[in-house]
Design a protein around this ligand. Structure first.
Ligand code: HEM
Length: 302
């Protein structure tokens, strides 16, 4: 007890503060409880349905759960990319954590596919236009923390770009721009316009900041003959495949069930040509291309 009091005194004296004030403050402070610690009251009031359909809160909450999982993934990624001296053991620990979160994302997607009433969904979704999961900024930031922008351009442009291509050109040709074009007019959808107004500048900043310092580059800078790096490579491949093939497949199957299972081919709230755009073999989003064989890349998402 004496030791800890001494440590506290020293801590506050070093900060130029009077330790007695802090100890008295501690004496008066209320004990913390579970609901305040995790901000439960706030968390449980964040669901604001736009209709009275009982299944709409499921849709909202599952998106919120997904955003929290994306935040957990980002939390680990940032500890890789912001640590120039990261060692292989810690790197692998982080990627394995990410793989667990990505596993939860994919395994739980049935909450969307099987867990809502078809007719209710197809009515309440009409009140959401032009909002779409397409506007998830965390989803886009994760891409730029993981790999270089020139690896995220659409398949038509990939052969024309490399790591010295101008960032503005790369941004004009990012694969996800295809999802933001109205397939009838070829113009930018309102969904994409809103998204770019809010996030484009910060996405460009992130792309420039992490170019050459993202997860992919941190991995490539390790000694590739090291046995531990070979193990890490498998974990990285699992992440790339789960996030860029298995999750998109679960997602597109859900979209097909709600929007096309009766052959009605309904327009999505974001207005994209989603049947084509959402398929991993069309997007060809691959974070770590050197970790795959030419054949594996050729068959990506097939
Ligand atoms: C019934 C469930 C869902 C359906 C029918 C659905 C449908 C769609 C469609 C059609 C698109 C293409 C853009 C558009 O035109 O709107 C899209 C994009 C997207 N959605 Fe969903 N979605 C569902 C659930 C979710 C959930 C739970 C998330 C989690 C945040 C999500 C995240 C995304 C993302 C990140 C994109 C962009 C994907 C990319 O660019 O590769 N979606 N969704």
């Amino acid at each position: 007890m004496d030791d800890i009091i001494k440590d506290i005194e020293e801590k506050y004296r070093n900060l130029g503060q009077n330790p007695e004030t802090y100890l008295k403050g501690l004496y008066h402070s209320k004990p913390i409880n579970y609901w305040d610690y995790i901000e439960l009251d706030t968390l449980l009031t964040l669901q604001k349905p736009r209709t009275d359909f009982p299944d709409e809160p499921i849709f909202i909450m599952y998106h919120q759960v997904t955003e929290l999982l994306l935040k957990l993934i980002t939390h680990e990624i940032k500890q890789i990319v912001d640590n120039e001296l990261i060692d292989t053991k810690l790197f692998r620990e982080k990627i394995e954590r990410i793989n667990r979160y990505a596993g939860v994302l994919t395994a739980s997607f049935s909450v969307m596919r099987e867990g809502m009433d078809y007719d209710q969904y197809n009515q309440f979704r009409l009140t959401l236009a032009p909002a779409s999961g397409f506007q998830s900024a965390q989803f886009r930031f994760i891409e730029l923390f993981c790999t270089d922008a020139h690896l995220l351009v659409n398949a038509r442009t990939k052969s024309q770009v490399n790591d010295s291509t101008d960032m503005e050109f790369l941004f004009e040709n990012l694969y996800w721009k295809d999802g933001g074009l109205d397939h009838k007019t070829g113009k930018k959808t309102l969904t994409l316009q809103h998204f770019e107004d809010k996030y484009l500048d910060s996405l460009k900043l992130a792309a420039n900041k992490y170019k050459g310092k993202n997860v992919y580059h941190r991995f490539l800078s390790l000694d590739q003959n090291d046995e531990d790096v070979k193990e890490l490579k498998y974990a990285m491949r699992e992440f790339d495949h789960t996030y860029n093939v298995i999750w998109p497949m679960a997602h597109i199957k859900t979209a097909a069930y709600y929007l096309n299972s009766k052959g009605e081919n309904k327009a999505a709230t974001g207005g994209s040509e989603w049947q084509k755009y959402l398929h991993p073999s069309y997007q060809r989003r691959i974070f770590f291309p050197q970790l795959w064989t030419a054949e594996e890349i050729e068959n990506w998402g097939k």
